[in-house]
Design a protein around this ligand. Structure first.
Ligand code: ANZ
Ligand code: ZN
Length: 851
């Protein structure tokens, strides 16, 4: 009997895989159904792979190996998100140029990923910092620019002195010490700077609506929806009057989602920034000017959240279009200037913030929904309409709202409106370590109001495309800007790349790189010296994964997504399984969806969503239950674990520790357990005394039973129960052998195939050396009995008000289809006695209809 020496086994199998180039994507049969399985590509930090990475990437690998066994054509590869602040800061600290540091770190990450047995196709490995890659990132930016989705604008932005750069809203977080940069935890302030900005707001509606087409955790879908913040309501026109009741020939548009409360408005509140629009008299004028100054340095978040409401009276009045009452107009900073119309109709009876404001300024409180006794504070629930005149009183408040709306629409005093909270994406960074913009600015052309669309290529472009967002306003913002088509525009190598701190990028000091001739008039011009944010490179990398190495080398930078390449992308996209951290719920996932939609609209790709199925990983904590950190000394290094127990044991443990999305503390005892389990498997299978030609039916049945269970749970990524089944299986086989009975090679084959998902080294070794199989276990075929249908029919429990009313056979995951089918069932129909209040669906298990 041989001994289980994990080091020898793993290194010999590693050599074999390498020599045979086993994981080359092109080795697979193209006719098989595709599975595109990836994890969110990591930033290659100097610390190397951490246990969280190991958890994500081993999970990706379990799925990849599983789908290969199930007869799928799998794309599983890896890349490096290596541009951006983290890399640059690490480089500054270490005093190594980021160009060199990143290469070093990537080498280490690659070594570790191979070490843990990832079956990734390393021939397709990529880095966002490779000019061959970022040349295409630049090209995609140019598509956005050309179609009018990028513009340069003086905007009030977050500026971080310590990082020397602006940050997007998303990169600024609320902490106990106030607003800070997410990266580095430095203070931030508002500053007015010219910034490239991407018009993601043009896509807000689709970014919200298309969430129905992806299979993501509900929590992440909700976070995206909140971020996009779709809000449908009514924009109502109010006339402005002075103290003596004279109409001032000024109207205010007011956005509300509660039109039913219009009769209860007791004041109008305007964002202080808008004071210049009004003709104000003293003493109001002076007070307001002072107030505006104090507002300036407050963030929108603080303005909205602060309990203590502030504001100043304007001395003016507005007339309620429904009942002609005049109410005072205030300036108040809880009204945001960049949301809705920047004006709020104050309904203290039904809105918390309006209530706080009314209390402070002693304004009347008029209920329009019957608060059923709780009159002393605001009331936010629905109910019966009151205090609204005989046309509306007594109605359900929602119905009253509709009637009020109809009346105002008819009298042309309102329009229906939808607003979004999402803002355009500020896309410039004043840093060295990022993709340069392929743009040139010419002062002379700017003066003559000429832009790229006035050039021959620009005019041609506008003729060809059917959809563009090029408006006069966009043009005004990009006068003098032209495209440098000679992609990639390489980032110049420099010795010193420290941020300048004055709001300009380090590239603005590199004369040789900066000075160019205007592509239009030939005058002296200069390149854009800002760089792109690190979100840019991660927006489209799955498309690059889909392109064969040989085709990447010969890419045409004038049209990278042509012919063959387009076909490869369309074959593999979209990503079937995307695993990663929930911290990317908004930023990366939203930006990427936006870019993919733009490329889709321009006809370059066939999919308009990048990631079909998303799953988030739970955090791995230190053994003490605290977040792993160097300062706590509780960091577990995968290198040490593999050295001590082997990669297979690490992988088994990562699978077994907890359900994939649960947070879990590291536990070294369990990895020892995993190692012992593998030792037992090894001893059993490598012992020649355990075999006969044909084994008892009994054991064939047992092993098939457990393996089948494993394969079924894989699709729900229940890795922990998979391992439990493999362990139960082992126990039963050992009991069976104790009775003096034997195994045969055919059934051991099935066991090893199933085990190879999690412990590929041990399985491959036994496969070759004991079973003497001629080819790798990776592409071995599972027998028919185990390979089940892709869409198993399941029985769904359908309830009405929590009571079981019928069992429904379903073969889809589409909630809408399922609900429709359920509602059409006679057994269900008869219990739907009133309006459906809520539908709760637990995927594949229960559908509960609440009436
Ligand atoms: C009257 C009212 C009565 C409102 C009521 C709410 C409740 P969402 O759903 O988030 O879109 N609002 C409108 N513009 C605003 C601005 N620029 N700054 C701050 N608040 C603003 O919120 C829409 C509601 O937020 C609007 O409906 C408006 O207040 C307020 F019982 O109008 B509401
Ligand atoms: Zn010019």
């Amino acid at each position: 009997m041989k001994q289980y020496i994990h080091k020898d086994i793993e290194s010999s199998v590693q050599l074999y895989w390498q020599k045979e180039n086993v994981f080359l994507t092109e080795k697979q049969n193209k006719q098989l159904p595709k599975q595109f399985i990836i994890g969110m590509f990591p930033y290659p930090s100097g610390d190397g792979l951490h246990t969280g990475h190991a958890r994500i990437f081993s999970a990706v690998d379990f799925l990849a190996r599983f789908y290969r066994l199930m007869g799928h054509n799998v794309l599983h590869t890896i890349g490096w998100d290596a541009f951006g602040l983290p890399a640059e800061q690490a480089a500054l600290k270490k005093k190594i140029n980021p160009n060199e540091l990143v290469i070093k770190n990537i080498d280490n990450f690659r070594r570790q990923m191979k070490m843990i047995g990832l079956s990734a196709d390393f021939s397709r490995e990529m880095s966002t910092t490779d000019p061959k890659y970022y040349g295409i990132t630049q090209w995609i930016f140019l598509q956005l620019f050309k179609s009018g989705l990028a513009y340069k604008k003086l905007t009030s932005v977050w500026f971080c002195k310590d990082l020397g750069t602006v940050l997007s809203d998303e990169e600024v977080i609320q902490t106990e010490d106030g607003l800070r940069s997410e990266r580095g935890n430095f203070p931030v302030e508002k500053k007015n700077l010219y910034q490239w900005t991407l018009r993601i707001t043009e896509y807000a509606d689709r970014l919200e609506g298309d969430l129905k087409d992806v299979e993501w955790p509900q929590g992440i879908v909700d976070m995206q929806k909140n971020w996009i913040g779709k809000s449908s309501g009514l924009e109502i026109t109010w006339e402005v009057y002075d103290n003596d009741g004279n109409f001032l020939d000024k109207k205010l548009s007011v956005f509300t989602t509660r039109k039913d409360t219009l009769p209860g408005v007791t004041f109008i509140a305007v964002a202080p920034e808008r004071y210049q629009e009004f003709i104000l008299s003293d003493p109001f004028k002076k007070k307001i000017e002072e107030y505006v100054v104090t507002t300036k340095n407050k963030s929108d978040l603080v303005r909205q959240a602060s309990k203590e409401k502030t504001g100043v009276n304007s001395g003016l009045f507005a007339k309620n279009p429904l009942n002609d009452t005049l109410v005072p107009i205030f300036f108040a900073d809880y009204v945001l200037n960049n949301y809705g119309t920047g004006v709020v109709m104050g309904v203290p009876a039904h809105d918390e913030r309006d209530y706080g404001f009314a209390k402070k300024f002693n304004l009347p409180i008029i209920f329009t929904t019957d608060p059923k006794g709780s009159e002393d504070t605001f009331y936010v629930k629905n109910g019966l309409q009151i205090n609204s005149g005989e046309d509306f009183d007594g109605l359900d408040n929602i119905v009253a709202g509709e009637k009020i709306q109809d009346k105002l629409l008819k009298e042309s005093k309102a329009v229906i409106k939808t607003y979004y909270k999402i803002r355009d994406w500020i896309f410039s960074r004043q840093r060295y370590w990022g993709e340069p913009f392929p743009l040139i600015f010419c002062e002379q052309c700017a003066e003559r109001h000429i832009t790229w669309w006035d050039t021959k290529n620009g005019k041609e472009y506008l003729k060809q495309v059917t959809k563009n967002f090029v408006t006069q306003e966009i043009k005004n913002n990009v006068y003098g800007w032209f495209i440098d088509e000679n992609l990639p525009i390489e980032l110049p190598y420099v010795e010193s790349y420290e941020p300048s701190g004055d709001g300009t990028s380090p590239l603005s000091k590199i004369e040789g790189w900066l000075s160019v001739k205007c592509p239009h008039c030939g005058a002296d011009a200069r390149r854009e010296s800002d760089t792109m944010p690190n979100w840019a490179g991660s927006c489209w990398y799955p498309l690059y994964y889909a392109i064969k190495k040989s085709d990447r080398d010969g890419v045409n930078f004038n049209n990278p997504f042509e012919k063959d390449i387009k076909e490869q992308i369309n074959t593999w996209m979209n990503v079937d399984w995307y695993l990663g951290g929930a911290e990317h719920a908004v930023l990366h996932l939203l930006y990427s969806r936006f870019w993919i939609k733009v490329l889709y609209d321009l006809g370059y790709i066939a999919h308009n969503e990048p990631f079909y199925r998303l799953r988030s990983v739970g955090m791995v904590l230190g053994e003490d239950g605290k977040k792993m950190s160097k300062s706590l000394g509780n960091v577990v290094n995968p290198d040490d674990m593999v050295h001590e127990y082997g990669a297979d044991a690490l992988r088994i443990y990562e699978a077994f520790m907890a359900p994939f999305s649960n947070e879990i503390a590291w536990n070294e005892r369990s990895i020892i357990g995993a190692h012992r389990f593998l030792q037992r498997v090894f001893n059993m299978i490598s012992n020649n005394d355990n075999y006969v030609e044909i084994a008892d039916k009994e054991i064939v049945k047992t092993i098939s039973f457990y393996c089948n269970k494993v394969l079924r749970d894989m699709k729900d990524i229940k890795f922990n129960t998979c391992i439990a089944f493999l362990m139960s299986c082992m126990n039963e086989v050992e009991l069976y052998l104790k009775k003096g009975k034997k195994l045969d090679k055919a059934i051991v084959k099935i066991f090893l195939q199933t085990l190879s998902i999690f412990a590929p080294f041990t399985s491959e070794y036994l496969w070759m050396n004991i079973l003497k199989e001629p080819a790798s276990i990776v592409y071995s075929k599972l027998p028919e009995i185990l390979a089940f249908e892709d869409k198993p029919k399941t029985k769904l429990v359908v309830q009405v008000n929590g009571k079981l009313r019928c069992l429904l056979e379903i073969d889809t995951k589409d909630k809408e289809i399922i609900v429709e089918k359920a509602l059409s069932q006679e057994q269900i129909k008869k219990f739907i006695t009133g309006e459906i209040k809520k539908i709760v669906y637990i995927e594949g298990k229960i559908l509960n209809i609440v009436v």
